[in-house]
Design a protein around this ligand. Structure first.
Ligand code: NAD
Ligand code: UDX
Length: 481
């Protein structure tokens, strides 16, 4: 057993949004530790190794600098999964755990096929004692399955002396702020059964995280805390979005209500920003997983409670699309609409579960012609998300063509905001990119076909400037007093 020995070499399976940045920060903060991030996706590994740091596969402010400092020194990216496992004292599993799309639990339960494949690969390739760390977000009690697979390898008859400890160490970083979240986390959570293994991992984080911020729990509390944290955060967003709709109906203003309740120290000001609904790869997936677990453990009322958080979110996204149609005289068929922002939040190129997807699809279904602008999301990604290839932008002076009025929805990518807005009947802001806060509406409004609308689902523009520019204006949660 080498569990008490200091960890010299770690391997992370999965070079995605979590594995890449997390390991980059560990390598940066622990120069004596060799860190190898492996993936089965060759293109992803090539991008992590690209000498041009602007081509890293994940866009996160500050990530390029961290990778630049550590890569080649003690941070390595490779497709050699077995070799990396064999030479590691500690293996992180940081692979995708999306919602199942078929079979038992489809639409709710997490698909654990990639996690199980990792456990089996570690069982096959590990040498000596290996600490296996669940970094992926997992249903409570997954460690039981991981332990069962590893323990079968401990007892194999091939004569090798192998042993394993399993830890849960969920990741709480948010995209767009991943590097600062990793460098100064609110807390690091480590769940496990073997104190020596827990302390080995704690000593890695101890290089830069204060002792009192490293929480130790049992395995199941750690697994469940991750799902619960995301469920609580998402629930606040659905709560404020529900109040936004009530504000619009009553003349209240959701920003004022959020400020008023957020100053109560028991409520706090964060995660009270009304918007087009939450997106991202985690909130919906993790709540649905919680719902599935509650039903599995015979708690249907608890399951219904959490499911309503997701239902309200879906409703909010459809509500915004419906409202756009209603304000544009009940039809958007053949009309040009500019969508500003496709990423699920600012400062990321990630579009997973982005509210823009559902809202754009609803508008396409109504026959709209969408010019889509996002500073970081490429057009191939948008085409995949909308399941519709991009069209070429129609000539601006052509007016509504017969094809457009036939009701077929189309979209095209726009490189700049001004060309997206040209001849548009409406502009809809769906991501809070900083560059949308400083737009000069006195210059942009005249480019649009009048009467034109601005729908601000993120509360980023200055209402008086927009109104002064002659645009009709709607923003989330603002009632007409
Ligand atoms: P991702 O899809 O960006 O990356 C996962 C990577 O794992 C992919 O590159 C894939 O090719 C690789 N992979 C899958 N199976 C493999 C195998 N057997 N061997 C080698 N590589 C394999 O996913 P992500 O966003 O990094 O999320 C990873 C986990 O972290 C998920 O459980 C997620 O819920 C959780 N999480 C994500 C975030 C986030 O902000 N994205 C935050 C906290 C937790
Ligand atoms: C979330 C959790 O915050 C993080 O701890 C976890 O590890 C992964 O899931 P992420 O999805 O990357 O992180 O971003 P987050 O900042 O939580 O935003 C999620 C969604 O909620 C975004 O679409 C965002 O725009 C939206 N949101 C957030 C709001 O609509 N209002 C708010 O007040 C906050």
């Amino acid at each position: 057993m080498k569990s008490a020995a200091p960890i010299r070499s770690i391997c992370c399976i999965g070079a995605g949004y979590v594995g890449g940045p997390t390991m980059a920060v560990i390598a940066d903060r622990c120069p004596d530790l060799q860190v190898t991030v492996v993936d089965i996706n060759q293109d992803r590994i090539d991008a992590w190794n690209d000498s041009d740091l602007s081509k890293l596969p994940v866009y996160e402010p500050g990530l390029d600098a961290v990778v630049g400092r550590a890569r080649g020194r003690n941070l390595h990216f490779s497709t050699g999964v077995d070799e990396a496992i064999a030479s590691a004292d500690m293996v992180f599993i940081s692979v995708n755990t999306p919602t199942k799309t078929r079979g038992l639990g489809a639409g709710q339960a997490s698909d654990l096929r990639w996690v199980e494949a990792c456990a089996r690969q570690v069982a096959k390739s590990a040498v000596g004692h290996t600490i296996v760390v669940e970094k992926s977000t997992l249903p409570v009690r997954t460690a039981e399955a991981v332990k069962a697979i590893l323990s079968a390898a401990e007892h194999s008859l091939d004569g090798s002396q192998r042993s394993f400890s399993v830890l849960s160490n969920p990741e709480f970083l948010a995209e767009g702020t991943a590097i600062s979240d990793l460098e100064s986390p609110d807390r690091v959570l480590i769940g496990g059964e073997h104190p020596e293994a827990i302390e080995s991992l704690a000593s890695i984080y101890g290089h830069w995280v204060a002792h009192e911020r490293i929480l130790r729990t049992n395995l199941w509390s750690s697994e469940l805390s991750k799902l619960t944290a995301n469920a609580f955060l998402a629930q606040r967003i659905s709560s404020i979005n529900s109040v936004a709709a009530l504000c619009e109906a009553t003349g209240a203003d959701v920003r004022e209500v959020a400020r008023a309740i957020g100053t109560d120290s028991r409520i706090g000001p964060k995660f009270l920003q009304a918007g087009p609904g939450f997106g991202g790869s985690c909130f919906q997936k993790d709540i649905l997983n919680l719902v599935y677990l509650c039903r599995h453990f015979g708690l249907p009322d608890v399951a219904d409670y959490w499911e309503s958080v997701v239902q309200l979110n879906t409703w909010q996204q459809h509500r915004i699309a419906r409202m756009v149609v209603k304000k544009l005289f009940g039809t958007v068929t053949g009309k040009r609409l500019a969508i500003l922002g496709f990423a699920f939040k600012a400062d990321t190129n990630d579009t997973r579960e982005a509210p823009a997807i559902r809202i754009a699809k609803d508008l396409l279904e109504e026959g709209a012609q969408l010019a889509i602008h996002d500073p970081k999301v490429d057009s191939e990604q948008i085409a995949r998300d909308l399941q519709l290839p991009a069209s070429t932008a129609p000539a601006v002076d052509s007016g509504p063509t017969r094809a457009a009025l036939s009701g077929e929805g189309t979209w095209w990518p726009s490189d700049d905001v001004a060309s997206a807005l040209r001849e548009a009947d409406a502009v809809i802001i769906l991501t809070e990119w900083n560059q949308y806060r400083d737009l000069d509406w006195s210059v942009l409004a005249p480019l649009m076909r009048q009467p034109a609308w601005l729908f601000d689902a993120r509360s980023v523009v200055n209402p008086s400037e927009v109104r002064a520019a002659g645009l009709n204006f709607w923003r989330v949660g603002e009632g007409q007093s």
